[in-house]
Design a protein around this ligand. Structure first.
Ligand code: MEV
Length: 315
């Protein structure tokens, strides 16, 4: 018997980095998915096949001894084999529509879809339990993850998150399209986050003033999202980007991409850690194609997405 599950990737619309210091962030699941197929196999092995490589290991290997980006899948399969006291192994096959390592939530979507597909080989599990397992799996590669990405990949839609109050879904259905352009510069979230900390330590007053302004911006954005005011949301994206420039997470290439995207879209900014990765531009039907062609004309990889309201899906 095979079990299949899929989960969406994500973007951060507003508030990356400042969220680390208690400011609210707004995240959104996107309609690009990871699909995981799991199957029991008559061997005491865990086999993982993906578009970024393969991993084949005996069961019960200590997680700390595994040096592979596919470690979360091994963690999930091994944990579930132990939970259900299985004597056999598991094979996992991963198909992805999301580029990896560029801030679009591919690792979170893998953990969520992986947790669901493997669990369902044994029993139906609630989304809350899947999320809990997925966050533990993601922590095998990103120990400090807040869990926000896995949460939005599980439940889908738009979400606000802050460290103190956790997550809550934003009940709204704005009709925007996001254009995502990929700098193809891989970034390490950990490194960029620690550089921001150095900046904060040197510029305490300036940094906390920006946190205050970012908080005001986010509160304003929450109202604009409910009213579907795209032009004003775009202006707030540009404004948010100024804060990201000030804390040093942008660079020449990202700025160049943002300036191209801003010519036709309502607004554009980095999404995620910065230093590389992707930018997003806000559009609707009226300026979507123009924005895509402007960016493609300058030879950047880009595509458009909409909000995914489904989140985790099993079949
Ligand atoms: C990375 O996608 C988002 C950051 O705000 C880091 C974090 O929230 O853990 C840069």
């Amino acid at each position: 018997m095979k079990s299949k599950a899929s989960a969406p990737g994500k973007v951060i619309l507003f508030g990356e980095h400042f969220v680390v210091y208690g400011v609210k962030a707004i995240l959104c699941a996107i309609n690009k998915r990871i699909t995981v197929t799991a199957e029991k196999i008559p061997m005491d092995k865990i086999l993982i096949r993906t578009n970024i490589g393969k991993l084949e290991l005996p069961i019960n290997k200590p997680i700390v001894d595994i040096d592979s980006p596919l470690k979360p899948f091994y963690y999930l399969a091994n944990t579930i084999i132990k939970k259900y006291k299985q004597k056999t192994g598991i094979e996992v096959f991963v198909e992805s529509e999301i580029p990896s390592g560029v801030g679009l939530g591919s690792s979170s979507a893998c953990c969520v879809a992986g947790a669901a597909a493997i669990s369902r080989l044994f029993e139906e599990t609630s989304k809350e339990e899947i999320l809990d397992l997925a966050i533990k799996a993601e922590r095998t590669i990103f120990p400090n993850t807040s869990g926000a990405d896995c949460t939005v990949c599980t439940f889908g839609g738009l979400m606000e998150y802050d460290k103190e109050n956790g997550f809550s879904q934003i009940k709204s259905n704005p009709n925007f399209h996001l254009v995502i352009a990929n700098s193809n510069i891989k970034h390490s979230t950990d490194t960029v986050v620690s550089n921001v900390k150095k900046f904060k330590d040197k510029n305490e007053e300036k940094f906390f003033d920006m946190c205050k302004k970012e908080s005001e911006l986010i509160n304003n954005v929450l109202t604009l999202l409910k009213e579907n005011k795209l032009k004003e949301l775009g202006k707030n994206m540009d404004h948010n980007q100024e804060f990201l420039e000030n804390i040093g997470v942008s660079n020449k290439e990202l700025r160049k991409m943002i300036n191209i995207a801003k010519k036709t879209s309502f607004g554009a900014k980095i999404t995620g850690a910065g230093g590389g990765g992707c930018i997003i531009a806000l559009t609707d039907e009226s300026n979507l194609e123009k924005t895509l062609s402007q960016i493609r004309w300058k030879n950047y990889d880009c595509f458009s997405v909409k909000i995914d309201f489904k989140g985790l899906d099993t079949f």
